[in-house]
Structure formats: C-alpha cells, structure tokens
Write a protein that binds this ligand. Structure first.
Ligand code: NI
Length: 160
C-alpha cells in the first residue's frame, strides 16, 4: 500500500471504521434523529447537526486546497447556520458527509509521494499534514458528538 493509499484509507475509516479510539462517524451518527441532531443539549456548544456541517465543510475545503485553491473559509462556511431541520435535510446532510469523504479519499488515493510532501500553496504545511489533520478533526469532533448524544439521552428532560 502506498503512503497515499494509507491516507485515503484513513479518510475512509473516519467514516466506516475501524478506528482505535472508538466508533467512527457513520456508527456514531446512524441512530441520531434529525430532532436530536438539531438540539443543543449543552448550553453554548454546537449541535450535532452544526458539527456535521462543520466536518463536511472542512473535508470539502481540503479537497479544494488539494486542487490548489487558496484562502480561508468565511465563518459562515466554517460554522454553517443550520436553518432547515427536517428529517430529509438531515438525511441529505449525512449523505453529503459520506460522499465528501469518499471524494477526498479517491482524490488522495493516486497522489505521489512528492505530491504528498509538497507544501500547500500559501501555507506552511504539507498536503499530507492537511490530510492527516482532516482525520484528526473528524476524531476530535466525533468525540464531541458522542458526548452530545450522551447528554441528549441522559441529561435532557424536555421530552427526548
Ligand atoms: Ni473543528
């Protein structure tokens, strides 16, 4: 397996596992309803839905940076204001999260070692560091999703 294939595999495992730290995103999110995803069980923290949109945004940004795009995402893209919170919209959100990871993994799969070690345009880190950062970002926020699920199901007394 090439280095690129290993990183592509890690991106896919962020969704489908196995991850050594615990459940990967698909398992974590598979039993979360749209109502739960939209809820803010812990005051001042993002909802699961907002976190999922944030993760999808950064995987998409990584894909664009891989194509040479520069610049920073706006705060509106970084933390999207979720307005339509129907069951269908949640399903579409999750499908987008899976698809965007799949697309990034496919783009990474055929990179050469030189492409991986190249510095990203306008930044001081390599393509590889960015891609590993995506996997770490998924794991970091995946842990938050696990805590939010626990809070929704054990702390909340408002009808969940
Ligand atoms: Ni983040």
């Amino acid at each position: 397996m090439t280095q690129a294939q290993q990183i592509a595999n890690a991106i896919e495992r962020s969704i489908d596992g196995p991850m050594w730290h615990g459940p990967a995103l698909r398992e974590l999110l598979s039993d979360v309803s749209s109502e739960e995803a939209a809820h803010h069980p812990l005051t001042g923290l993002h909802s699961i839905w907002e976190i999922v949109a944030h993760l999808a945004a950064w995987v998409e940004i990584a894909g664009r940076r891989l194509q040479g795009e520069q610049g920073e995402p706006s705060e509106a893209v970084n933390w999207l204001a979720v307005s339509l919170m129907t069951r269908d919209a949640w399903k579409i959100m999750l499908e987008a999260l899976w698809r965007i990871h799949q697309e990034l993994a496919q783009a990474v799969n055929c990179l050469t070692a030189d492409q991986l070690s190249a510095t990203l345009p306008g930044r001081n880190h390599s393509v590889q560091a960015m891609l590993q950062g995506i996997v770490e970002h998924d794991a970091y926020h995946g842990g938050q999703i696990a805590v939010l699920k626990r809070a929704l199901r054990t702390l909340d007394t408002r009808g969940f």
